[in-house]
Write a protein that binds this ligand. Structure first.
Ligand code: GLU
Ligand code: ZN
Length: 503
């Protein structure tokens, strides 16, 4: 059997972690099995639909680098892949179920349905949902009323007194009493639009979907779907309901826990590779023999495409750990070349005004410095946007820190001035020493010769050059600033310290 699966989002919101996890697992399952991955837009809920959500869907998956084989933008044998363009089909299939005696017309007004609900509430009835009022209308009468233009919906006639069985890949055999299934739900609304259940089942069948991997929250709909397949005389697909994604408090992941929309992660400076890698681990494992040194848990999309297997899915809910995602982001940042990383960090640096006012693009020289500075910060970045703040001292003069900032522990102002004067001597040679090891050897030797601690001579120099005690590596900074600029900064600092000393 050829494997075909799908991602079938309803464009009623931004793409979020749960959605891309479903999409990713379907994508990986199809890829790992040589199957076909389909995108289908389930846009039948017109009140919550918004075109911007469709755009967000395309943008998100484009950014993630996950591509479907068939879909609205791609076409395919089973086009159209947008449900609102398939309404005639759903009408036809709903009518077919009526003619097979598996569905019926319901003429109940919204007011009647509401009244039934209120009466039940008042009498504390345990029954919920539709009361199957129109199920007993003789078909000829129903046809007549329908033909006369009386507004009606079509409801599924759930066979009562039976049980529905299906097999779920993860959960095993699932059994539901039909009497407990949502009573005779609407398949076709009075405006001719299908409900999710009808459109979903008809399309999975017509699009020859063999496997449905979807979030566990859909499990309650599955008996209903299986009943519909049987009513049509069709074979249901194989189901696999994916473990829930929870926040660290064990509750379903939501905005309360932090960012959930992919847009937010993107603007926060996450890399698509990190998100894919982490999301792929939400409820699945991949290890196959020992991983290369330092690559435990690190999987590229290409690797996942071959390693994914439904056998490695977990039943237990997955816990979304923001810290772990940050860790992955750091890991992927480390894997970038200087040029790649600079290109990734540049947009947020431009927006933050690193090269002038906010939005100013870098001049060629600035861009070169920015790229050359990547080795200084690569190991320290968790998010791309942190580059701007960390490298600000290379592009504009840092404010002179307070005098105390220059004074090493257990030392005093006079000593700090001496140390900075000594540091000043080292600026020119350091700026000209192209590698860090040689620079370190040189500065060590100087410290020894002058009988001062290495840290004590580096500290005031660092503060003078970068404006802070904690900064990217000193040697690289001196090289990028150049001797002339560095000396100017040291001189301003010396002046500040000397003036303070005179007072
Ligand atoms: N349209 C449904 C959703 O928004 C699809 C559920 C399914 O995969 O069957 O998730
Ligand atoms: Zn009715």
């Amino acid at each position: 059997m050829s494997i075909r699966d799908r991602y079938a989002p309803s464009p009623t919101g931004l793409q979020h972690i749960g959605g891309i996890r479903t999409a990713l697992f379907n994508y990986l399952f199809a890829r790992s099995q040589g199957g076909v991955f389909v995108l289908r837009l389930e846009d039948t809920d017109r009140s919550r639909f918004d075109q911007s959500y469709v755009q967000n869907l395309y943008d998100t998956f484009d950014w993630l680098g996950i591509h479907w084989d068939e879909g609205p933008d791609k076409g395919g044998t089973f086009a159209p892949y947008i449900q609102s363009e398939r309404t005639e089909l759903y009408k036809k299939y709903a009518a077919e179920l009526v003619s097979r005696g598996q569905a019926y017309y319901c003429f109940c007004s919204a007011e009647r349905i509401d009244r039934v609900r209120q009466e039940r509430e008042a009498s504390h009835s345990a029954q919920t949902g539709y009361d199957r009022h129109c199920r007993s209308i003789p078909p000829e009468e129903a046809e007549r009323r329908m033909a006369a233009g009386e507004p009606c919906t079509i409801r599924l006639k759930i066979p009562l007194g039976e049980t529905t069985l299906f097999h779920d890949y993860l959960l095993g055999d699932v059994e539901w009493k039909n009497d407990d299934v949502n009573p005779d739900p609407v398949l076709l609304k009075s405006d001719g639009f299908p409900t999710y259940h009808l459109a979903n089942v008809v399309d999975d069948h017509l699009m020859e979907i063999s496997h449905v991997l979807r979030a566990q929250e859909w499990l309650a709909s599955t008996p209903l779907h299986v009943i519909m397949y049987r009513s049509f005389g069709w074979e249901p697909p194989q189901y696999c309901h994916l473990p829930m994604v929870m926040g660290q408090d064990g509750k379903k992941l939501s905005k309360r826990h932090g960012a959930t929309s992919i847009d937010e992660f993107r603007t926060q400076g996450y890399l698509p590779e990190a998100l894919i890698n982490y999301v792929a681990l939400l409820g699945a494992s991949y290890e196959e023999g020992p991983r290369p040194e330092g690559r435990a848990d690190i999987y590229s999309l290409q690797e996942l495409e071959t390693l994914f297997s439904p056998d490695k899915l977990n039943k237990a809910p997955a816990i979304f750990d923001y810290k772990k995602l940050e860790w992955f982001n750091g890991q992927y940042i480390r894997m970038k070349s200087d040029e790649e990383l600079a290109a990734l960090c540049l947009p947020s640096a431009v927006a933050a005004g690193l090269f002038g006012t906010a939005g100013t693009e870098p001049a060629t020289e600035q861009k070169n410095i920015f790229t050359a500075a990547m080795p200084l910060i690569r190991e320290r970045l968790i998010f791309l946007h942190e580059a701007a703040e960390k490298l600000a001292y290379l592009f504009s003069e840092p404010a002179l820190p307070a005098v105390e900032e220059f004074i090493p522990k257990k030392s005093d102002l006079a000593a700090a001035i001496k140390l900075l004067r000594l540091g000043r001597e080292m600026v020119q040679p350091l700026a000209e020493t192209p590698d860090d090891e040689a620079a370190e050897a040189f500065i060590k030797e100087q410290a020894e010769k002058n009988a001062v601690k290495l840290g004590d001579v580096m500290m005031p120099l660092r503060v003078a050059l970068t404006g802070a005690r904690v900064s990217p590596p000193l040697f690289g900074s001196v090289r990028l600033l150049g001797a002339e600029r560095s000396l100017r900064r040291v001189d301003s600092a010396l002046q500040l310290l000397e003036n303070a000393h005179k007072e």
